[in-house]
Write a protein that binds this ligand. Structure first.
Ligand SMILES: Nc1ncnc2c1ncn2[C@@H]1O[C@H](COP(=O)(O)O)[C@@H](OP(=O)(O)O)[C@H]1O
Ligand SMILES: [Mg+2]
Length: 283
């Protein structure tokens, strides 16, 4: 990626995400995290709400003409279906991990144009690692993906899988890698290691070339995947349905995603073949 670190949009988004991280970490230190139940019985904390407000104010100041859809600020489809360009935000992805205080949570901001995630930024407040990917230029941003930590900014790319193949799995939601697929991958790559992690960090590890695969067979929402999809695509990988189709956003009344996997191009055909075989068996 041509040096992006001086670009005003990158810097403005970085400031917004760092401010949200400060707000989250301040609450993370408190004895009382302000935990409540949402109507769908999932937990929400004072940090989700405070980070949402920080990001909303920052995006509104930076790009007043672009509306925001957030996990903590859902807009009816009737209204948002009129938005060709919008931000999709998860102010705190991995709320359960935040509550368990295991550090595995992230902040996610994506820009979506006509359904396509054209840029994404993900930040991990507990390790100060940030990821940024651009798949279609907006306001002259260069295409590609970077990772930053402190003042260090480096280009990132997915890797060609080696031994052991690293599969990222959810820490708190959903099953590990299916045994049959694991066996197939073992036959090809000798050994497979599974690493459980909360939040969008799983896809970021694939984008930066230190892991190879993540299969998600439980439900997620559009704000969980939009930013990570842009980053992974900008790094040469994919976030796709079992048939290999990239997700599109803000196109339907439901905000729930179907099953998906994240990988580089080399093992994607194996994974799609496994899904196809499974579908044939179930028919
Ligand atoms: N039953 C469900 N319906 C919708 N989304 C769900 C869900 N169970 C888990 N998720 C999503 O999975 C995310 C966590 O993923 P992971 O297990 O990979 O860390 C949660 O993010 P939030 O913490 O932002 O709510 C949540 O959005
Ligand atoms: Mg989430």
């Amino acid at each position: 990626m041509r040096d992006v670190s001086h670009h005003p949009i990158f810097q403005a988004l970085q400031k917004i995400i760092h401010d949200a991280a400060d707000v989250i970490m301040e609450i993370y230190q408190r004895a009382d995290l302000g935990i409540e139940q949402k109507s769908d019985h999932s937990p929400v904390t004072a940090a989700d709400i405070a980070a949402h407000r920080t990001i909303l104010a920052g995006l509104n100041a930076m790009a007043p003409d672009v509306p925001v859809l957030s996990e903590e600020g859902v807009v009816p489809f009737e209204e948002r279906s009129q938005w060709p360009l919008l931000w999709i935000v998860d102010p705190l992805d991995g709320t359960k991990e935040f509550i368990k205080r295991n550090g595995e949570f992230s902040i996610n901001i994506a820009l979506v144009e006509n359904g396509v995630p054209i840029l994404g930024m993900v930040y991990l407040p507990t390790t100060s690692e940030g990821y940024f990917g651009v798949t279609q230029s907006w306001r002259d941003l260069p295409l590609g993906a970077v990772k930053w930590q402190g003042h260090e900014v480096e280009s990132i790319n997915v890797r060609k899988p080696n031994t052991p193949l690293i599969a990222m799995t959810s820490r708190s939601h959903g099953p590990s890698l299916p045994v049959e697929l694991k066996d197939e991958l073992k036959a090809r790559y000798q050994s497979v290691r599974e690493i459980p992690k909360g939040s969008s960090i799983k896809a970021c590890r694939i984008a930066e070339g230190v892991a190879d695969l993540h299969l998600r067979r439980g439900p997620t929402s559009e704000w969980d995947t939009a930013a990570q999809q842009a980053i992974v695509e900008a790094a040469g990988g994919m976030l796709v349905s079992p048939k290999g189709l990239p997700f599109r956003y803000n196109q339907r009344e439901t905000l729930l995603n179907g099953h998906f996997f994240v990988s580089g191009p080399e093992i994607a055909p194996n994974v799609m073949a496994w899904y196809q075989q499974k579908a044939d068996e179930e028919e």
